[in-house]
Design a protein around this ligand. Structure first.
Ligand code: 5GP
Length: 195
């Protein structure tokens, strides 16, 4: 698929008009099959517990919606939003809380649901603040894991797919807020080769 564009990039800097190209990496069917497996694994680990899924906005929304529907038993959800800041936001490790959870997680079994684990800095920050709130259990489910990009020692307990070091969009993941609605995960290439 090729889309003509004259939009902004992830940092809102204008990019020249050109053609963005997207190539399917993971089909919708493959994603759904893996999510069913992940849901079973999660329920097997906590057979009798009510589970609180904490979705990280906005990228994890589609993943959480599908995962929640595949987990049997009692499931509730809440959302949190964070953003990176600092001179080099991708590697500075400075993360800001933009929206907190609506309710307390104390004593609850919490599964953080994240779209993609890249450097791991966002997740490290989230786990630190959530752990302070004394959940009974705290686990992490990520759909995608770019293992070779990791700058911290955080790991996810449930991983959908390990993927190569490519910029991906779709199934909740954006490029300048676009592409989130694609049903599959695709690799995005820009005319200039950068994001
Ligand atoms: P980390 O803190 O692990 O470096 O970054 C996690 C966040 O960076 C993700 O939640 C996501 O918002 C963004 N991110 C990292 N890699 C990609 C990618 O390939 N595509 C998109 N759309 N976002 C990404």
């Amino acid at each position: 698929m090729a889309i003509k564009t004259q939009r902004a990039n992830r940092n809102n800097a204008p990019i020249p008009s050109g053609t963005e190209r997207v190539k399917v990496l993971l089909t919708h069917a493959k994603i759904q099959k893996r999510i069913r497996e992940m849901a079973k694994l999660i329920r097997k680990d906590f057979p009798n517990e009510p589970l609180l899924l904490v979705g990280v906005l906005k990228g994890a929304v589609l993943f959480l919606a599908d995962l929640a529907r595949q987990i049997t038993g009692e499931v509730t959800f809440d959302f949190i939003a964070v953003s990176s800041y600092g001179k080099d936001s991708r590697s500075s490790g400075q993360v800001k809380l933009n929206k907190d959870l609506d309710s307390s997680i104390e004593g609850k079994t919490v599964i953080v649901v994240e779209d993609i684990l890249d450097t791991g800095l966002t997740l490290r920050y989230l786990l630190r603040i959530l752990q302070q709130r004394k959940p009974k259990n705290l686990r992490v489910a990520v759909l995608l894991d770019k293992v070779e990009r990791r700058l911290t020692d955080v790991t996810a307990d449930y991983v959908g797919f390990a993927i190569p070091n490519e910029f991906v969009v779709g199934y909740g993941l954006d490029y300048a807020e676009r592409y989130r609605n694609l049903p599959d995960v695709r690799i995005l290439s820009l005319p200039g080769g950068n994001h």
